[in-house]
Structure formats: C-alpha cells, structure tokens
Design a protein around this ligand. Structure first.
Ligand code: SF4
Ligand code: FES
Length: 251
C-alpha cells in the first residue's frame, strides 16, 4: 500500500493510481480540461498542476500534472499553493486568448478571477483547445478517423487532408466528449452530418426513434460478430424488451 498526503489529508493507493484520481476520491477538486474517464490521460491542458515535495527535499518542490503523476510513498502533494494557482491562471489566460468563446474555458477562467485575458485575443479562434480528448476517444474506442494535424498555430484536429473520412462511422463520440463543444455537426431528422460526411440515422425497429448510423451499426456488428440489425433498437426499447424477458423468466 502506498501512503501519501494531499493537502494534509492522508490518502492510500494500492496500485500507484494518478494523483488526480486520489485527490478526487478524497473530495479535493482539481480543475481539468483534457481529462476524460474513457481514455488514458495525456497531460495536454496543464490545468491540473499540483506541487509535490518530500521532507528530505529540504524545502524544494516541483510542479507536476496530477492526471499523469503516479502515487509515491511519502509524497506530500499540495493542490492550491500560490505557485499552483499562479500557474493555473497563466494556463487559463492562454486558453482564454485562444478560445475566447469556449464556455468551459470562460467558466473556469472566471473562477480564477480572469474575465479578459492579458494576451491578445484570437478573434478568429475557434473553441478547440487541443485537449485531444476527441482524437483519443476515437482512436481508443472507434475507428481513429481524426487526429491532430499541422504544427504551431496551425495545429488543429481534422480528418486526413480535411476530406470526408473513409473510416468515420458518424458515431458522434468525438463531439459528445469534447469539453468545449468545438466539433461542428448537424442532425436533421434522420440525417446527420459531421466531419464533412453525411449519414443516415436508422429508426428503431420497435418505436421509430433514431438509433445509430448504418455505418456505426455495421462496424459494431463486425467487431462483435452479431447481426447489424441488433443495433437498430433504441435504448428505451432494449430496456423494455429486457424487462419483459425477465418477467417471463421470473413468473
Ligand atoms: S475538438 Fe474538442 S475534444 Fe477535440 S481537441 Fe478540440 S477541444 Fe479537445
Ligand atoms: S487534466 Fe492534467 S494536463 Fe489536462
């Protein structure tokens, strides 16, 4: 068992979990923008900085990202020292200058007393803060249809050559996991458009509500070795169907 303290509270970790996980379990809030439970951490936003030290370091300390730093025996972690708060404010100043209309960034910046950034605001700036949640979610759980492209200020998330991707199945996992609603999509009845591609959302075979795109159903069916049609039943009807089968078994 690894024992350490976070903001003076004793915490324990059996398997070297990350400091962010331990802090949250202890009820200590650390702000994040690139953290998502569904994917491995990437340390992209730098907002979760905390200060670590040890008694034998004689007062020396260093800043680390809590989402990527594993628990270590005897570590002393502080999540809101002046140095930590100053660093977070600096990160928020930069994010707000880059994405001035992103609600999640504005809200966090306001919590840290920043209403207008001290840096020149990118008036053309979109809501993407390059947190890479969408690319990690797509690569880990779906087809890896999008990635980070270009360098420097031209860096962005896109499909290869900005063209409609052959492998995108229109599942919307990227847009739904984006913390700043930066991914453009539209859904008009049974038609969904995202990343330059248009999909048909198939109606539920029981109630007619929209289910998944044909491409997503095909992809999931191939992976799981089941019939494509199995995915054309909406969640509500699936639950109702399961309830009915349970009742039959029990009574
Ligand atoms: S589009 Fe959203 S999820 Fe993807 S990198 Fe940008 S902010 Fe992050
Ligand atoms: S949450 Fe740790 S760097 Fe973004």
């Amino acid at each position: 068992m690894i024992r350490l303290t976070i903001d003076g509270r004793r915490v324990e970790s059996r398997n070297g979990e990350y400091l962010l996980t331990l802090a949250r379990r202890a009820g200590i809030e650390i702000p994040t923008l690139c953290h998502h439970e569904a994917v491995e951490p990437a340390g992209a936003c730098r907002l979760c900085m905390v200060e670590i030290t040890r008694p034998q370091w004689n007062g020396w300390s260093k800043l680390v990202t809590a989402c990527l730093y594993p628990a270590e025996e005897g570590l002393i972690v502080k999540t809101s020292t002046e140095r930590v708060l100053r660093t977070r404010r600096e990160v928020l100043e930069l994010l707000l200058a880059r994405s001035p209309r992103a609600e999640a960034v504005r809200r966090l910046a306001a919590q840290y007393g920043i209403l207008e950034p001290k840096y020149a605001v990118d008036q053309e700036g979109d809501n993407c803060i390059l947190c890479d949640i969408c690319t990690r979610v797509c690569a880990t759980h779906v087809t890896g249809a999008i990635s980070r492209v270009n360098r420097g200020v031209a860096k962005k998330v896109a499909t290869p050559f900005d063209e409609a991707s052959d492998v995108c199945v229109g599942c919307m996992a990227c847009a739904r996991s984006c913390p700043t609603d930066a991914i453009a999509f539209s859904q008009d009845g049974a038609t969904r458009a995202i990343w330059g591609k248009t999909f048909e959302v198939v109606p539920c075979t029981v109630c007619g509500a929209p289910t998944v795109t044909r491409e997503q159903a095909r992809w999931m069916a191939q992976r799981k070795g089941v019939a494509e049609e199995d995915f054309y039943v909406c969640d509500v009807c699936k639950v109702a169907k399961t309830g009915l089968s349970c009742r039959k078994v029990m009574w």
